[in-house]
Design a protein around this ligand. Structure first.
Ligand code: PAF
Length: 282
């Protein structure tokens, strides 16, 4: 397995790949890998000759020191898991010093308002941290395609906006959410929940599914939202941060549905102190 801890060693390997005219895919991750990440890697392997998977827990996207301290880190098992997919992957595991040689500073981006609501409103500075690290990784790897999960729907929209803002020649591929058999969207944060808690947290997906059904039954949006939040709150230790119908491009909240195609329901729920995100299209 090719594991690179420095920009220099990765770049030596990538120059060789570039000289061969190979297409390059990047899967940025923060580790604690699960089947959702593996689906991104599998898609990247289908579409590119060379695939880099980065594993770096980016401190600047955590606005809460406890959340950063509790973020699961399991590099050895992550590398073993990647090996089950392919021996050819290039795994980049930089140090914080390597990624932030001048200290933990973030850039400021005008993300066209996409960062102001939802996760951006609840976690100040989060998307500036995401933008900073993703732009660094893009500059370093120079991929033709980069792969992100749709679970972090707002992040995906912001990364597309980053690429547009900076006119980067990178195709952003948004990959479908991978779920546990009982419906919970896979996430590294699920590691912090016990198995029976994870099953209970599947109420989030059930509430999203119920909302979609109620849209088909032409119920008003505020009534649907109230019913969905009530359903989630019926499970102990849950608190809904938001459950909203939004325009899938602008992420602006919708009061009425004009189109089904471009509408997404997004939600964030605190479950036993763990922030769980999910979303569904109509
Ligand atoms: O989605 C994540 O795991 C992170 O936000 C990302 C995109 C790897 C940036 O640190």
């Amino acid at each position: 397995m090719n594991v690179f801890t420095s920009e220099k060693s990765l770049n030596e390997r990538l120059s060789f790949s570039r000289e061969q005219g190979n297409s390059l895919g990047l899967v940025p991750t923060m580790g604690a890998l699960h089947q959702g990440h593996l689906s991104l890697v599998a898609q990247a392997l289908k579409e590119n000759n060379t695939v880099v998977v980065s594993i770096f827990v980016n401190p600047t996207q955590f606005n809460n020191a406890l959340d950063l301290a509790q973020y699961p880190q399991q590099l050895t098992s992550d590398i073993a898991l990647l090996k089950t997919i392919s021996d050819e992957l290039l795994i980049f595991t930089p140090t914080t010093q390597e990624m932030y040689p001048e200290g933990l500073n973030t850039k400021t981006y005008a993300f066209n308002g996409l960062d102001r609501r939802w996760e951006g409103a609840d976690r100040p500075g989060h998307f500036m941290g995401v933008g900073t690290i993703v732009e660094k990784l893009f500059a370093l790897v120079r991929p033709s395609r980069a792969y992100f999960g749709q679970k972090d729907f707002q992040q995906l929209a912001i990364i597309r906006e980053l690429v547009r803002l900076k006119s980067l020649p990178i195709t952003i591929v948004g990959c479908p959410i991978v779920r546990e058999s009982y419906g919970l969207a896979m996430s590294s944060r699920n590691e912090r929940l016990k198995p029976q808690e994870r099953e209970a947290a599947s109420v989030i997906y059930k509430a999203l599914q119920m909302a979609v059904k109620k849209v088909s039954a032409k119920k008003p949006l505020n009534e649907i939202t109230r019913a969905a939040v009530k359903k989630i709150h019926a499970v102990e230790n849950t608190s809904v941060f938001y459950f909203e119908f939004v325009n899938a491009d602008t992420l602006e909240p919708l009061e009425k549905l004009t189109t089904l195609e471009n509408t997404r329901i997004i939600t964030a729920v605190d479950f036993k102190g763990v922030r769980l995100l999910d979303n569904i299209g109509l």
